[in-house]
Design a protein around this ligand. Structure first.
Ligand code: GLN
Length: 389
């Protein structure tokens, strides 16, 4: 039987591979990004109540009315962008579906799509399945542990051709923790002004920032919002990664195209979760509490790492922190991550896994990614093991 793979270079994701390895070696898993604690019991009760009160059949295709209303309100109050809940807000099966549906909806065969590298793993396959051509543009790495990776806008600008259809962005940034500054937004505005380039802005960590300015959404700039699919996920915001509820806000003509794909990809998203999240998210303290909550965990991990031979890097956003292992080893990142799991019982993700050419020197900075969305005890257990490395 002849079978030509549409994604010949795709294997099992690094997150699954490392989680399986963590289980095999009984390692403390600070690799895959998911909380090891339960969401707020209030939210769990709201799901049970939604089920008991009969919200168990297909909800409306683009998401239940209350949830779209709450999302539109949240985005308006935080980013001063008024999306119409009926025509511009779509509830999706996690951010992953929003990303795939956006790509399939607007990328045509041969279109070029700029991806900022290192990048989250689902972007390039989404572009390829849509028939597009990914064009990766590397961020500038930090030259000291107090700094972060930064987008090199000159390089982005030079990568643009007449075939560029879209730029995919992700800030706060997984895996580096970098956040956007207003200068970044100025430069992006300048680059896309007068073009037909669309933007996909993956903002799933929007509520997890540790900087005074908070998160700078593309929705906060009218010139950018007009050409953007702004995507987020309740998985990160409510500690429910397994529920797979996300959303996409985009101007109506963009949303119209997105929904054509969404309706045939999943049609809709589980009803009880949507009703529960709508009720829960009405209270802004549920997301406004996240920076303090996660900052304490970030600081606990960073302070713990300072007692080891690993060197933690600055983390202005997300629940991921990079650390340099060059005091311990000079093997490539992937090898170091496997060794650390097997020999010392702590699982991390190699930063190189977020690059197209994972073995290249440019992808290997001797940095690994730690997830600190964990109970304090889990973080302490990992530190105790790392002190022996
Ligand atoms: N986003 C999570 C991470 O970066 C993983 C999600 C997944 O396993 N697909 O670790």
């Amino acid at each position: 039987m002849r079978l030509d793979s549409k994604l010949p270079n795709v294997g099992t994701t690094i997150f699954t591979v490392m989680s399986q390895m963590a289980a095999k070696y009984h390692a403390v898993n600070l690799g895959q990004g998911f909380p090891d604690f339960n969401p707020d019991p209030k939210l769990l009760n709201l799901v049970s109540e939604a089920m008991a009160s009969g919200h168990n059949q297909y909800p409306y295709m683009s998401g239940v009315d209350n949830l779209r209303e709450v999302i539109a309100y949240k985005v308006k109050t935080l980013y001063q962008c008024a999306y119409d809940k009926d025509t511009e807000v779509t509830v999706t099966s996690g951010a992953t579906e929003a990303i795939m549906a956006t790509a399939l909806a607007v990328i045509q065969s041969g279109d070029e799509v700029i991806v900022i590298e290192p990048n989250y793993d689902c972007y390039v396959p989404a572009i390829r399945l849509a028939g597009g051509i990914p064009v990766t543009v590397a961020m500038d790495p930090p030259d000291n542990p107090q700094a972060t990776f930064k987008v090199n806008w000159d390089r982005v600008s030079k990568a643009i051709t007449s075939k560029t259809r879209m730029i995919m962005l992700n800030f706060p940034h997984n895996p580096t923790g970098a956040v956007l500054t207003s200068d970044d937004l100025d430069q992006l505005e300048h680059i896309v002004s007068g073009t037909d380039i669309l933007l996909l802005s993956d903002e799933v960590y929007e509520h997890i920032t540790f900087v005074a300015q908070g998160h700078l959404s593309l929705a906060s700039r009218p010139n950018l919002a007009a050409r953007s699919f702004v995507i987020s996920s309740f998985g990160k915001t409510t500690h429910t990664t397994g529920w797979k509820v996300g959303y996409c806000c985009a101007p109506s003509e963009l949303t119209h195209e997105l929904r054509k794909v969404h309706q045939f990809m999943v049609f809709t998203v589980p009803s009880p979760f949507q009703h529960a999240l709508a009720e829960y998210t009405k209270d802004p303290s549920t997301y406004r509490a996240l920076p303090d909550f996660y900052q304490a965990k970030r600081d606990r991990l960073a302070q713990g790492l300072r007692k080891t031979r690993l060197v933690p890097y600055a983390c202005p956003g997300t629940f991921f922190l990079l650390a340099d292992y060059s005091n311990i080893s000079d093997v490539p990142e992937a090898e170091f991550a496997v060794w650390l799991t097997r020999n010392h019982g702590v699982t991390v993700i190699p930063l190189s896994a977020f690059y197209a050419d994972q073995k290249s020197a440019d992808a290997n900075h001797k940095l690994v990614r730690f997830c600190f969305a964990k109970n304090d005890q889990t973080l302490d257990d990992a530190i105790n093991k790392l002190r022996l490395v």
